[in-house]
Design a protein around this ligand. Sequence first.
Ligand SMILES: N[C@@H](CCC(=O)N[C@@H](CS)C(=O)NCC(=O)O)C(=O)O
Length: 201
Amino acid sequence: MLKLIGVARSRNFRCLWAAEEAGVPYEHVQTPFTEIKGAAHLAVNPNGKLPAMQDGGLALFESLAINLHIASKVGAPFNPAGDDHARVLQWTLWAATEAEPNIMQWAQHTFMKPEAERDAGLAAAGKAASDARLAVLEGHLANREWLVGNAFSIADCNLAGIYYGSWFNKYDFSGFPKVKAWLDRCLTRPAALTARKLREG
Ligand SMILES: N[C@@H](CCC(=O)N[C@@H](CS)C(=O)NCC(=O)O)C(=O)O
């Protein structure tokens, strides 16, 4: 059975959410942060990070790669084919390279790091860079409900999974009403609520 490795208060949240959306059976192995540099965990994720995944003989790291693998087990609309599959890959790579580094910089220096280590300048720069990406997303969502096609897909799960922490911690999305409404739609789906319950307790 598919094993999703790592506590839910890590990027494993997005993998748990994807598995719930896909409806694939999985085991949640709740490896804590205290064990991620140990030999047993390094054998499945040599980066010493969460999450990791095992599925038969396949071991994967990188949360969004894990999610694409989970989605590959089901068909459309969660895992669309053809041109829409290319669009899923586009948004997934955009999530990893454009969205996540900037929103994480804001998050790290706003609420994640101990107060003494936060840098207001880095938080502001992270917000400015995030807002530039959110403007792109706002334009894309101007006349559509979901990122790809006309149904929720793994692309929505991957990108909304990245913005979940900032959405939960009250990032100011007021300049991006379409994005805010899309995040509300994504993160209150039944599968998202199940994964959020694992994370938020
Ligand atoms: N790009 C990786 C990032 C993994 C990552 O940084 N995970 C964090 C938890 S969410 C972690 O394990 N941090 C502990 C550390 O870096 O020592 C992914 O998406 O899986």
